[in-house]
Write a protein that binds this ligand. Structure first.
Ligand SMILES: [Ca+2]
Ligand SMILES: [Ca+2]
Ligand SMILES: [Ca+2]
Length: 158
């Protein structure tokens, strides 16, 4: 969503981030300085854009990781909060065609767009080894070059 930087109290610069917490189907948006999610899963939508690796580093620096989407319910929830092409925690960098979630969750449920992943397709200029969510109604997934600059979604599980 967005990132606010404010001067609070001692003059220390504190970054405030917008976090969406998902609790049994109820979502709550919290403005906070840390990605702390004691009870429910939290999602952070980045304001800035970057490569898949930069996105993952940002999430890990927050003791979270890029989002792992393992159910249609989670996918539907994310569709209500994302507004831009966003990296998710899925890649086939290690072995072409072997898509893996960052936390090792088996890839059982997927939401690929029609004819994706295509690794760049017939006329490809480069490999496509990182997955992102698109902005169509179903927020379908596409593989694209890991160095593309996109926003991202971090997920923190309590
Ligand atoms: Ca998840
Ligand atoms: Ca690939
Ligand atoms: Ca593709």
């Amino acid at each position: 969503m967005f990132l606010l930087t404010g001067l609070l109290g001692t003059g220390k610069v504190l970054s405030l981030i917008m976090v969406v917490e998902a609790c049994g189907g109820v979502k709550r948006t919290v403005l906070t300085s840390e990605l702390l999610c004691p009870i429910c899963s939290c999602y952070l939508l980045s304001e800035s854009s970057g490569s898949w690796d930069a996105a993952r580093k940002d999430c890990r620096d927050r003791e979270a990781d890029l989002v792992v989407i393992d159910s249609p319910e989670e996918q539907s929830f994310l569709a209500t909060i994302t507004q831009s092409y966003s990296w998710i925690g899925l890649n086939d960098k290690e072995q072409e065609g072997q898509w893996k979630w960052v936390d090792g969750t088996p890839l059982i449920w997927t939401n690929w767009a029609t004819n994706e992943p295509n690794n760049g397709g017939f006329m490809k200029l480069y490999e496509e080894d990182c997955a992102h969510m698109r902005t169509d109604d179903h927020r379908t997934w596409n593989d694209c070059s890991c160095t593309s600059s996109l926003t991202w979604i971090c997920e923190k599980i309590p």
